[in-house]
Structures are given as C-alpha cells and as structure tokens.
Design a protein around this ligand. Structure first.
Ligand code: GTQ
Length: 348
C-alpha cells in the first residue's frame, strides 16, 4: 500500500537500484517504513470458527482416512486473511483434531511445543514422555518440545480437541526437527498421575530437576482443578475491568507461564459483564468452554459459543462481553514475546 502512494522512482535512482540487485544488495530507504513500522498492523483478521460447522466436517474426515494414515487428523484453522498459511494468528497454528474409537495417532516428537484443549470425548488419552494422561473436557494437555507423544481413544466415542502449536515460531528460526517413533505407541515408563503427584500438588521433589527444561513438568492441567479454582476466585473478588476473572496456567518450577513460548490462561465472565477495550501485541486464540461471548475486535463483532474458537490478531482493540455466564481458555505468543522483551499492551 505504501508503494501505491509512494512517488515514482526517478530514473537515475532506478538505474542505481538495478546495479545493486545482481550484487544481492538493496536500498534500505525504499523499504524502511515497512521494515520498521510505527505500530503493529496485523496481516491477519479476527475470526470465529463455529464448532457446529467444524464437527460434521471433522467426522467426514474420520470416514475418509484413519488417524494413523493422517498421522494427525486435524482440520487446520486457517486465518481467512492468509489461506494456506496454516495460521490462526501471525505465529500460532491451531486446529480441531479428531481421534475415532480404537484409533491411535502414532508417536512422534518435534521441536514445536503443543497444547491441547479438550472439547469432547472422555476416554481419550495423550501419552507424553512415557506417561499417559486421560483427556477430559476443559483439560489443558501440553506436549513439551521434543518429547515423544501419541494420542488414542479406548472408548466407543470420538475424541475432539483444539491443538495449538508454536510451529511457526520454530520454523521462523529454521530450528525445526521431528522424529517418528519405531512403534505406534511409546513405552509407558511412569504410572498415570506421576507428574501430577510430583509437581502438581504444591509440593516438589527434594532434588530439583526439570524433566522438560523450560516447560512445566505438569502436562495435564485438569479442568476438574482449574474450574473450581477460577470460580472460587471469581466469587471472592471483583472482576478486573479488562481481563474479567482470569487465572493463568503456571509452571510450578519458576512461577512463569506453563510453556516457554505460549501463554495460557482461563477466564470467567459473569453474564452481562463486558471487558473494557484493550489491545496487546500477542496474537490470541480463544476456545469457549462454557456459555457464550461476544467479541468486538478491530471494530467487528463475533459471537462464540461452546467449543467455538476465535482468533484475535496483534494490536487490535478488543472487548469481550458475556451474553451468558462464560468460561473460556486463551493461548497466545505472549510468553515468547515477554522473553524477547517486545510484549506491549494498552488499556482504555
Ligand atoms: O498432535 O502432535 O495439530 O504434530 C499438528 C502437528 C497436532 C500432534 C497438530 C502435530 C500434532
């Protein structure tokens, strides 16, 4: 757009530029404004994906191919401003994943960190680094970088969750590796509940150790713990004007975000409550777990109900209103941005 309004390049300058390009050089002054913008202007659009539309398509995919054939049977949530980009926001990948009864999504590992927000189908499981965890609606299950993980469903109903991965951040740095395990499932070396017992009860091992580096050693933040905590806090305190009632998922090792790149938190808004406008440099994804919200982002209004997913780009003024008592999960690249010292927010 800047080039459209920019004055034509004088012939002598253009001649000079033409001599630069064969030498793999270019004049900064032609591109400076785009390289160093005055403020973020996201290329991405705010958008809501309706679970009622996604679910039947996901089930059709279930008929088309097995989880094993697909490796991961996922409908990628494509930001409408960048079809084919496999991005929900600038840096985050998200998708609805389906496992059919009896299926296994085979074990692999990769540099990208992953989270799952479980929507449907108790009885599904994820195994991470030799430990299995059952997946129940609202559970946040995380897969630290380079840990073996496989998914499956033992019961007679489909399992569906939302995947969030930092793979675009990893790919941006051209730092991505991935391996396949030599078997469909990994060997279980720890009993179920082991990580939670060791790290998730307000206690910790006497000899400090961090099995997953900078990622939290708790890999299932269960909704059965998170929901009552959120509601108890909400019952005892007034909501924050911009955040509502919000609690973040914490790495018990250092008090920081649960994942080194991805910030995750849980919000409750009482029916009728509307947050004040806020904008921040992180690109945010919302998964509605209960009730219904209306999101006003960049001057557009979207409604998101249970299991719907919203993508909100960087630096757009955003307000959220609860049309029904609502609980929703959010993830964003804020954790990475804070480490890089670039995160900013503004509140009205
Ligand atoms: O479950 O490991 O949606 O590797 C995309 C890539 C899920 C996974 C995705 C993956 C996974």
């Amino acid at each position: 757009m800047q080039t459209a309004t920019a004055p034509a390049i004088p012939a002598n300058r253009q001649k000079f530029y033409d001599r630069l390009s064969p030498k793999a050089m270019a004049p900064l002054w032609e591109v400076l404004k785009g390289l160093v913008p005055e403020q973020p202007k996201s290329k991405f659009a705010p958008h809501v994906w309706k679970f009622a539309e996604a679910r039947p398509l996901l089930m059709e995919a279930g008929d088309l191919l097995t989880a094993e054939e697909a490796e991961r049977r996922v409908l990628v949530l494509e930001n409408p401003a960048m079809p084919g980009g496999s991005r929900i926001t600038a840096t985050m990948y998200a998708g609805y994943q389906l496992i059919m009864p009896g299926e296994i999504a085979p074990a692999h590992r990769h540099t990208a960190s992953a989270l799952r927000m479980v929507l449907e189908g108790n009885g599904g499981y994820t195994a991470v680094a030799g430990e299995l965890t059952e997946m129940k609606r609202g559970d946040l299950v995380i897969t630290p970088a380079m840990t073996w993980h496989d998914h499956g469903q033992k019961e007679q109903k489909p399992v569906i969750w939302v995947d969030g991965l930092d793979l675009h951040m990893v790919n941006f740095y051209e730092a991505a590796f991935m391996d396949h395990f030599n078997d469909k499932t990994q060997i279980m070396s720890k009993p179920q509940g082991h990580s939670d017992a060791m790290f998730g009860s307000g206690l910790g091992p006497m000899q400090p150790f961090s099995p997953f580096g900078q990622t939290s050693p708790i890999f299932n933040y269960s909704f059965s713990k998170a929901r009552p905590a959120l509601m108890q806090v909400a019952g005892a305190n007034p909501p924050d004007a911009h955040l509502g009632h919000a609690l973040r998922y914490v790495n018990p090792q250092d008090g920081g975000w649960a994942m080194p790149t991805i910030a995750t938190w849980l919000t409750h808004l009482p029916k009728g409550f509307e947050t004040k406008a806020m904008r921040s440099t992180d690109g945010r994804t919302i998964v509605v777990l209960e009730g219904e919200i209306t999101i006003e982002a960049d001057g557009k209004t979207f409604t998101a109900g249970e299991s719907d997913v919203a993508g909100i780009p960087s630096w757009v003024w955003t307000k959220v209103r609860a049309s029904k008592d609502a609980i929703y999960f959010s993830f964003s690249d804020r954790a990475a941005q804070e480490k890089l010292g670039i995160y900013r927010e503004e509140r009205k």
